[in-house]
Ligand binder design. Sequence first.
Ligand SMILES: [Cu+2]
Length: 342
Amino acid sequence: MTDRAPLHGIESIYESKYSNEVSLHTDAKVIPTTHDRPGFFAWHREYLRIMEIALGCSIPYWDTTPDHAMNDPTESIVWSDKYFGNGYGVVQTGIMKNLPTLLPIIRNINNAAWLVSKDDIKMALKKPTLFEFTESSPCAKEDRTQYSWECFHKGIHDWISGTIGPSNTTTFDPIFFPIHAFIDKVFEIYRQKLISKGIDPAETYPTKSIKNHGPDHKMIWVPIFPDVEHLTNRQGYGHELAALTKYSFGPVCPHCMNSDDLYCDVSRQLCVSKERKEKDKSVITTIATMTPTGIVFTDTLEPDNHTRVKRLIERTGKFPFGKKFNVGSRDSRTRNDGTSVI
Ligand SMILES: [Cu+2]
């Protein structure tokens, strides 16, 4: 059994291990059977488990609600050397820097969409049946009350943007895994809610509008791990798989896990992330220039804000990332300035 702990309190995530397991997600055959329908929850649940076996350690979950609760979530301590690293441009700080990934990790936080809030979670957990909880076709509409839990998750991808935005590159930013562990945690809360009402989630796997996502559809794993057992989607909703993971409680007032990086906003009864430190508000960027005498490297200290992304585009051109998730609503605090192509 793995014990998935919340992000706060865990200071190292992947250490030095990160390899091609990420391509399990990005394969063109895999994407249609793992997104936009109930198979999403089954496949991603098993994927987290495979990743944990490959890493030899458990993945913490990133509960985004303390960041959403800030006045300015872009200044959260998670965008610092202690956690995920810088939020704009190429990731050069934090526990995810210098990973041997095939694509650069690039971010452009807060341009679009949203981070999941406590209200979003409440809204998702109120869905009357698994069908409503998992049905994702209205994500492109503005009305958030119509959103499935999968829709809410798409907002996090698009809020961070860059490498994690499109499904064909998303896993190359390892922040993918703490996000998906959080999504899976809420899926588990919903599953337990059904069980407490005497409903078996595997038995009631949605069978309405489930093209490519049928209950007996076997999850696809490109053959990196030839021995991986191909569970069915229904098994992905079942007790046996769920029993392999346990989630610790997330941050709640008044103690907010006694974390140095959270505080309790008593009036709203919400744990809120603290701001990153001054030293984390800029990043040293090394630029290579060709000169007649050879390559010259110059170090510049750039503020970790949106201008860093603009300069990156000027220097290297737009990155050939695929299509982002199509979500209709956005947090009014996002920039929405059209640079979400990165
Ligand atoms: Cu995702």
